[in-house]
Write a protein that binds this ligand. Structure first.
Ligand code: ADE
Length: 283
């Protein structure tokens, strides 16, 4: 028995966290998910039935006496490879499970792996339109390539570093996707945030107005909504230019944005020969 939330219930499909957009997670370590799913926004979304996370223990599909899920790589080398049979049986069992709340029975099957497509806010938004996702957590040195060929639709990496397995990566995907599901957080926060329009966020301040001798920018306490909005937009542009100039090439910029960026030293690609900004404006 895996230690999960007080509202867990067991059914034919595994350990099920209520109804809503459904994430099926295939893992050798279901216990790793209990913490993140039992806190804060995800906990509330699950309790409200807006999202549903079903954990499937791949080891339960191993048929030998020792419930073996890995083996040495053909050709030699370090580490172990996830065996094809238990993983394939688990994926097939999950795909054949009768939908409980109208979710499609053939959702995309996504392998979490460092050699997958880099995960971005755009992919999160795309996945949030699915009623159901199947997330496969790789372990050891990887999964047998034939399972990838036969059963995996998409491969996702959360960054250019190697984790001990796909569990934390799957959690990142669940978190980023779930918060875009209507009702999980308020729509305004999503519209306003970093990456939604290709720019980083403006700096935020709250009370007290002066903290350890540092005052909040006067415009924020001026009561002039128009000036606040302009200051925030400019801060987003400045911050994006300083920290992630690569994002500006794809951002939705107005002519006023471009003019402001040019005053900061941005090499506007729409003007003349325009080369990429080289972070030279950072002071
Ligand atoms: N498994 C191990 N490392 C990973 C990564 N960076 N992204 C997704 N899955 C992984």
């Amino acid at each position: 028995m895996i230690g999960l939330s007080p509202w867990r219930r067991r059914n034919a499909t595994g350990l099920c966290y209520n109804a809503g957009m459904r994430f099926d997670v295939l893992t050798l370590f279901p216990g790793m998910f209990a913490g993140p799913l039992n806190e804060s926004i995800l906990k509330r979304a699950i309790q409200a039935g807006i999202i549903n996370v079903v954990l499937h223990d791949i080891r339960a599909y191993a048929t030998d006496r020792h419930r073996t899920t890995d083996d040495a790589p053909y050709g030699g080398g370090a580490g172990m490879v996830m065996k094809p049979e238990p993983l394939a049986a688990c994926i097939r069992a999950v795909l054949s499970m009768a939908p409980e709340t109208g979710e499609p029975s053939q959702p995309p099957v996504i392998l979490m792996t460092p050699d997958g497509e880099p995960f971005t806010q755009r992919i999160a938004a795309e996945l949030a339109t699915c009623a159901r996702l199947v997330l496969v957590c790789g372990r050891y040195e990887g999964v047998d390539e034939r399972v990838r060929e036969a059963l995996i639709d998409r491969e996702i990496s959360i960054g250019d570093y190697v984790l001990t397995g796909g569990e934390l990566a799957a959690m990142v995907v669940i978190d980023a996707v779930a918060r875009l599901v209507p009702g999980v957080i308020d729509a305004e926060s999503i519209a306003d945030e970093s990456f939604s329009d290709g720019l980083l966020e403006y700096p935020q301040y709250t009370r007290p107005a002066v903290w350890e001798g540092r005052a909040v920018p006067p415009v924020l306490v001026s009561g002039h909504h128009g000036e606040v909005a302009q200051w925030r937009r400019r801060e987003r542009l400045r911050r994006t230019l300083e920290r992630r100039p690569d994002l500006l090439a794809r951002a939705a910029l107005t002519e006023a944005d471009r003019a402001y960026l040019r005053t900061l030293g941005w090499n506007d690609p729409t003007v003349g020969e325009g080369a990429e900004h080289s972070a030279a404006t950072k002071s």
